[in-house]
Design a protein around this ligand. Sequence first.
Ligand SMILES: [Zn+2]
Length: 95
Amino acid sequence: MATSSSNSTANSRRKKVCKCGETPVLSTSWTDDNPSRRFFGCRNYYDGKPCNYFRWLDDEICDRGKIVIPQLRNENLKMKEDLLGTKEELLKMKE
Ligand SMILES: [Zn+2]
């Protein structure tokens, strides 16, 4: 009987790998249809490699979310802009 040790542990924790052999990176979509929806994509995607690895992490955004989430995000961005503007004004006053 062969006593070669089993290699069954190799597959116990399969790592996600794209076609380039890279670990996919987690990103967030901000398109109209998928606001704030997270996905895994190939890290070389923006380097123009034809890998196209793509997998959603979150479930599809509900219709209500598609309307509300972008609104909240826009409001948030606007508030941040206002805050930056206010900070700059404060700094000018100190000078
Ligand atoms: Zn890839």
